[in-house]
Design a protein around this ligand. Structure first.
Ligand code: IMP
Ligand code: MG
Length: 177
């Protein structure tokens, strides 16, 4: 377990809320209000971001979720994506937006975006990420919308876990060495 007194704030709850609202406005500007958009959240990490973002969207939103994991239990990516749940409705001809907590190596999203683009016949598949760790990218994944770029440090909170804990923290924190 983590000693909470060692956890420093990287992005405060206030900053998260304000920036997520801005990103939602960017998305609203890119779609018309009478359009349908299928929002696909990647569980479990995207949960907090997904709900906060969705509250501010103005088009007709359908909420769907997939469950993927690449990290297993450790701080380093396992290098392999586990598709725990990929059940989705028929997406043929639909506009789809994947909502993810963080793009790190890009492995998870490379897998999911390719799956959606090749297997689901969606009209359009976009990506909205809360955080982008560009410096650790190994796969060609480029978010269409992104709230924050961050450096390569291990962070927790607001959906992001360490060994499945701390997702409930209301801000993004990091451990000071
Ligand atoms: P990728 O497949 O390497 O891009 O990793 C994506 C997944 O790894 C995310 O959905 C997160 O669950 C997890 N992840 C990446 N970086 C961090 C971090 O700093 N803290 C917690 N989880 C992370
Ligand atoms: Mg994770």
């Amino acid at each position: 377990m983590i000693k909470m007194e060692n956890l420093k704030v990287l992005i405060s709850e206030e900053k998260l809320m304000a920036r997520i609202k801005e990103v939602a406005e960017e998305i609203n500007a890119a779609y018309s209000e009478d359009e349908e958009l299928v929002l696909i959240g990647v569980l479990k990490g995207a949960l907090m971001f997904y709900t906060e973002l969705a509250k501010h969207l103005k088009m007709h939103v359908r909420m769907e979720f997939v469950s993927l994991s690449s990290y297993g239990d450790s701080e380093k990516s396992s290098g392999k994506v586990n598709a725990l749940n990929l059940h989705l409705p028929n997406l043929e001809g639909k506009k789809v937006m994947v909502v993810e907590d963080i793009v790190d190596t890009g492995l998870t999203l490379d897998f999911l975006m390719n799956f959606l683009r090749t297997k689901c016949n969606a009209k359009e598949v976009k990506l909205c990420a809360l955080l982008d760790k560009k410096c650790s990218r190994k796969f060609p994944v480029h978010p269409d919308f992104c709230a924050f770029d961050i450096d390569d440090k291990f962070i927790i909170g607001f959906g992001l876990d360490y060994k499945e804990f701390y997702r409930n923290i209301s801000y993004i924190g990091y451990l000071e060495n």
